[in-house]
Write a protein that binds this ligand. Structure first.
Ligand code: PLP
Length: 433
């Protein structure tokens, strides 16, 4: 049967999906709840584009929420996956590819001396937290409002992303007892952080942070905020965890930690390191990692961890992004997009700002780039929604929420950016009218 049957429409597929899947989607933000309308059902993707069930082509600015950094269906990645698949899909026993992957990660992110592979970012942060608690024998953890670290119970405390969109402060189903050790502080508020450590520093197992926040739109940390965090963690014997599931290999080859020149004790990775297949990882100081089973008492495991097909996709992606000039070009293209959008908004008289870091961008319907969750919340969500749909109608697919960052791939060339900017002029004009 033809998977691209012309009888399928996005509407008919969405109706069908809702019968057997809650909300018709397997991850909430895909449902378009925040922007309204019918989600697009994707049939194929190539380079900077994907196509929906109605055979409409879109320029894709989510790139699977980050992983598609080399462009969709890159021939080298596809070939590596096909060859790995032909050798067997999963063994439940170690492979050389996992060593190659670990060596590559340790080389690219020097604060990582040892690493363990898992299958999702959620697993990576959840395991890093358990490890931090096990290694310090402390319970309390610190997170920041607007940062999203996956959906582990103790982290769903005013978490960002999908939850932000739905306006829920926490998820139901998480017992109060599970989050009573989680301290939620304001992002980029150095003074508050100092106060928290002064009050309870000796009980804090770890601080977990997105060094470049990408789940409340794009909000980079200030250097002072991260430097203070590093100093306080060292002073009080707490473990500093950088959640670089999104920023890792996205804002720079060495992640946000290379841009800020700060070495965390542990790092969580995901998204790009799987190249589109389920690979994530957590790693860091060897003296902390040695607490993990089978060496130590902190239990952590996974049937599909280090899966050979997924590792082949990830490893090939990590090799492509090391090609000379990759990040210079990616950053330049992303900048071109943001600058062009800024120009188009100004010409239309629409209050707007944009920011980029590496291959990541933020669009804000506010006069200035926000620096905190509270400021992000002040952006004009209605205007974003009009913009989103005007762009979608013209074949440009942005993240379907005002609270998500956007992603550019190495395949977004000048022609693709130019086509996007033509669409943006029409979209801003619609907002202005
Ligand atoms: C996406 C993301 C996660 C969760 O990763 P999943 O693979 O979706 O479980 C965790 N932290 C950050 C910063 C992310 O962007």
């Amino acid at each position: 049967m033809n998977a691209h049957s012309p009888r399928n429409t996005n509407e008919s597929l969405f109706a069908r999906a809702q019968k057997t899947t809650p909300g018709g989607v397997n991850s909430p933000v895909r449902a378009f709840r925040s922007v309204g309308g019918t989600p697009r059902f994707i049939t194929k993707a190539q380079g900077p584009y994907f196509w929906d069930a109605e055979e409409r082509r879109y320029i894709d600015y989510i790139g699977s929420w980050g992983p598609a950094i080399v462009g969709h269906a890159h021939p080298k990645v596809v070939q590596a996956v096909q060859e790995a698949a032909a050798r067997g899909l999963s063994f439940g026993a170690p492979t050389e590819g996992e060593i190659d992957m670990a060596e590559e990660i340790c080389k690219l992110v020097p604060s990582i001396e040892q690493v363990r592979l898992v299958s999702s970012g959620t697993e990576a942060t959840m395991s890093a937290l358990r490890l931090a608690r096990g290694a310090t024998r402390r319970d309390k953890i610190v997170k920041f409002e607007g940062c999203y670290h996956g959906h582990a119970d103790s982290l769903l405390v005013k978490a960002g992303s999908g939850l932000l969109t739905f306006g829920n402060p926490t998820s139901s189903g998480v017992p109060e007892d599970f989050v009573k050790h989680t301290l939620v502080l304001d992002y980029n508020n150095t003074q508050q952080l100092e106060e928290a450590f002064k009050a309870a520093g000796n009980e804090i197992a770890c601080v977990i942070v997105e060094p470049v926040a990408g789940n409340m739109n794009l909000v980079p940390a200030t250097a002072e905020f991260l430097q203070t965090m590093r100093r306080l963690c060292t002073e009080y014997g707490a473990i500093l965890i950088f959640d670089e599931v999104m920023s890792g290999f996205r804002v720079a080859l060495g992640g946000a930690q290379s841009l800020y020149g700060i070495a965390p004790d542990l790092t969580a990775l995901g998204k790009v390191i799987g190249g589109g297949l389920p690979v994530a990882a957590f790693g860091g100081r060897a003296d902390i990692m040695k607490h993990l089973a089978p060496l130590g008492g902190v239990y952590q495991a996974g049937t599909l961890s280090g899966n050979p097909v997924a590792v082949a996709a990830g490893l090939t992606t990590l090799r492509i992004i090391q090609e000379a000039g990759f990040y210079e070009r990616l950053s330049a293209q992303t900048r071109k997009l943001a600058d062009g959008l800024g120009d188009a908004a100004r010409d239309a008289g629409v209050t707007f700002s944009a920011d980029t870091l590496g291959g990541m961008f933020g669009l804000y319907f506010s006069a200035a780039v926000p620096t905190s969750y509270a400021e992000v919340m002040q952006g004009d969500k209605e205007r974003f929604n009009v913009f989103f749909h005007a762009m979608l109608d013209q074949g440009v697919y942005l993240a379907p929420s005002a609270f998500e960052a956007g992603f550019v791939s190495a395949q977004h060339d000048d022609a693709v950016i130019a086509e996007t900017l033509v669409a943006a002029r029409t979209a801003f004009a619609e907002i202005a009218s």
